[in-house]
Structure formats: structure tokens, C-alpha cells
Ligand binder design. Structure first.
Ligand SMILES: *Cc1c(COP(=O)(O)O)cnc(C)c1O
Length: 387
């Protein structure tokens, strides 16, 4: 059976051009970029070229890009780094309840160590109201962290409006742009952010490499101690092949971004508009218009998310659900609960995330297969009241 991959928000296949660009840096140009000999300089040159490409993707200067081991590390670095660097100014952080765990769990860690965190309210679509940010800022506030777009429901936040407010208040502003850098046009100056997280494997680059944009002059305490790599901001011998791959992925993404967004928006809307025709009692989660071009998140009442996901998998369709019992406990998505979706509907959610190799026939296949799955599950569902 030919598989249909609709989980691009979780990770993407590495583009073959990216792999080809990386290969020489394993066993030919394998030097340590800190070394002054020819091998070292060759590796350093490639790494700096990659830095330029990543910087260009978001309108940053080369020296404002710090390569990290992942998007998660970039988020940790942004939050812990600014928190500890600004300790004598204050101890207050503002964020949202629908951030990625990389931000939320870091906030929980900091809360246990004396920092205070305000979780802003979000509306039923997951939008933050910039005025709520303004109201939440106090003399003790050191950082605001609001994601650019949500990885589960696709909602795009009003980052530029929030950026104006944080700038006026003189407070650092971080955005987790892992779902947007390489997918939407980004200019850090226009967004008004001081820190921005990215990850290569969400844009057809390799896993295990990310970057943190750090606006010039932003004070950050480093948490990897050792050598002076990345201008003393992140010790470790650089992962040159991965960094080179990230650079190539950023370059391709930038070139294809607008055309790809248009193509995906069409496919996304075909799925969003088609599902309620085929299946009753559905609801779209996330903002109807202000959403990622590749994100579809729906709740299908009286059908359990994980069962739908497993049934789709048997048909060769790979999607994801906001109802994960992977951790052992059946917990509904904090994002869906955070935007006020009732528990039952949060457990009845499916996320389809589209990407470069998604074809229209694949969307048609979902529209054909899912109604049968839902009918079967509903027929045996204890949740079935009177649909
Ligand atoms: C995937 C993702 C991350 C984590 O990035 P990794 O490189 O997988 O660690 C962080 N934030 C968001 C919004 C993501 O989608």
C-alpha cells in the first residue's frame, strides 16, 4: 500500500538536495571549524555560508544567528538565557497556555526557581489579544514569549502588534517560529522580536539542528559551558553537516515559500471544506483564516482521536491526534483545552499537516476513507449519544 504522509508538522522528510549538500561534510570536509588548518577553514566556510542563508530567511544579520541542537534547545536557551541574564531587573515572564512544551515546560522549571509566569488568556481560536500583553507587563517583567504559529491548531498570532508593545515597554520578546520560519515570510525587524526559535527538520532539513535568532545587544546567559564556539554563546564542536543541511533547506524554503503556501492553502481548504460535507458533527479547531497554510485540525464528535488515527494508519494515512496516550495517561491536548474545546471534543481531534509532497489525490483519499472510519467507530462508541 502506498502510504500518505500528512504529519509534516511533526517532522518532514529531508530533501534529497539537502542530503546531497550535507554528505561531503561527513568524511571529506570533516574538519573542526575551530581548527586553523585547511580542513578546519573549509568546514568553517561552509558553516558561515549556512549561517548567512538562515539569517537571510528571517531578515537577520549573520552574527545574530546561534546554531543549536534543536528547536527545543533554542526555546530553552531563549527563556532560561534571558531569565538568568535579567535576574537583577526582574523575575516576571509572560507567555500563553498554548505554547509548545519546549516553552511551557521551561516556564514550569523557572517557576520552581523563583520566577513568576503569567499565562495570557487566548480566545476560542487561540489568538492572544495584544492589549492583554500590555496589561500584563509590570516593572518586573523581563520577557514575553508568544509563538508565531501554533503547531497543533495552526493559528498565527499577532506578533508584530505584540512586538510594538514589548518594544515600548523595553521588555525582551521571544517567538517560537519553528512552524513558520521557512513557511511564511518573516522579517525579524517587522515582527519586533528580540529572540526567535527555528528548527531545520520542520523545513525539509535534518533533525537535530536549530537556531536561535538573537537581536544584537540582547543579553543572554549561556547554558552550555565549554569552548568559545558560536561567539561564546553555545559551546560544543559544531554539527557541521547538519548546519550545512539547515542552510540549504533554508535557501530552498525561501525560494519556494510563496508558491508553496498558495498550493498548500488550496489543498488545506479542500480538506477543511470537504470534511463537514462527508461527516456530521465536526468542528474546525483554530482560526478559520489566520492559520498556517498546511494545517487542518478538526474534532469529530463521538469518535475517539486515537482510534481514528490508528484506523487511518491501517489505510496507509499518517495523521496525528490531540488525544495522546503515548505517555501512558490519556491526556487531551493542552492546546485544545486551552482554547476552550470541551474534553470530549479534544479527545475526538485529528490533525492533518500537509507539505511539499502532498498531492490532491491524497486529500481526496482522506475525504473518501475517513467517513467510513468515523461511521464504524461511532457505531461502537460508548460516547455516542444521539448524533
Ligand atoms: C517541533 C517544534 C518544536 C521543537 O523543535 P525540535 O527541533 O523538534 O526540538 C518547538 N516548537 C514548535 C512550535 C514545534 O512545532
Amino acid at each position: 500500500m502506498k502510504r500518505i504522509y500528512l504529519d509534516y508538522a511533526a517532522t518532514t522528510p529531508t530533501h534529497l538536495d539537502v542530503v546531497a549538500t550535507m554528505l561531503p561534510y561527513f568524511s571529506e570536509a570533516y574538519g573542526n571549524p575551530s581548527a586553523i588548518h585547511a580542513y578546519g577553514q573549509e568546514a568553517r566556510g561552509a558553516m558561515e555560508e549556512a549561517r548567512t542563508r538562515v539569517a537571510r530567511l528571517i531578515g537577520a544579520q549573520d552574527e545574530e544567528i546561534v546554531f543549536t541542537g534543536s528547536g527545543t534547545e533554542a526555546d530553552n536557551f531563549a527563556l532560561k538565557g534571558t531569565a538568568y541574564a535579567s535576574e537583577n531587573k526582574g523575575n516576571h515572564i509572560i507567555t500563553t497556555p498554548i505554547e509548545h512544551h519546549a516553552v511551557l515546560e521551561t516556564c514550569h522549571f523557572l517557576e520552581k526557581r523563583g520566577f513568576k509566569v503569567t499565562y495570557l488568556p487566548v480566545d476560542e481560536h487561540g489568538l492572544v489579544n495584544p492589549e492583554d500583553v500590555r496589561r500584563a507587563i509590570t516593572a518586573k517583567t523581563i520577557l514575553v514569549s508568544v509563538m508565531h504559529a501554533n503547531n497543533e491548531i495552526g493559528t498565527i498570532e499577532p506578533i508584530a502588534e505584540i512586538g510594538k508593545i514589548t518594544r515600548e515597554a523595553g521588555v525582551y520578546f521571544h517567538t517560537d517560529a519553528v512552524q513558520t520560519a521557512g513557511h511564511l515570510p518573516i522579517n525579524v525587524a517587522e515582527l519586533g522580536v528580540d529572540l526567535l526559535s527555528m528548527s531545520a527538520h520542520k523545513i525539509y532539513g535534518p533533525k537535530g539542528v536549530g537556531a536561535l535568532y538573537l537581536r544584537k545587544g540582547t543579553k543572554l546567559t549561556t547554558f552550555m559551558h565549554g569552548g568559545a564556539q558560536e561567539r561564546g554563546r553555545r559551546a560544543s564542536t559544531e554539527n557541521v553537516p547538519n548546519i550545512v543541511g539547515f542552510g540549504r533547506a533554508a535557501e530552498i524554503a525561501q525560494k519556494e515559500l510563496s508558491e508553496e503556501a498558495e498550493r498548500l492553502t488550496f489543498l488545506r481548504d479542500k480538506l477543511i471544506n470537504g470534511l463537514p460535507w462527508q461527516i456530521d458533527h465536526t468542528r474546525l479547531n483554530g482560526h478559520p483564516r489566520q492559520r498556517l497554510p498546511n494545517n487542518v485540525n478538526i474534532s469529530i464528535s463521538f469518535a475517539e482521536g486515537e482510534s481514528m488515527c490508528l484506523s487511518l494508519d491501517l489505510e496507509g494515512i499518517c495523521a496525528s491526534t490531540g488525544s495522546a496516550c503515548s505517555s501512558g495517561s490519556l491526556e487531551a491536548s493542552h492546546v485544545l483545552l486551552g482554547i476552550g474545546v470541551p474534553h470530549e471534543e479534544a479527545h475526538a481531534s485529528l490533525r492533518f499537516s500537509l507539505g511539499k509532497w502532498t498531492a490532491e489525490e491524497e486529500i481526496d483519499r482522506v475525504l473518501e476513507v475517513l467517513p467510513h472510519i468515523v461511521a464504524r467507530l461511532r457505531a461502537m462508541s460508548p460516547l455516542l449519544k444521539n448524533p
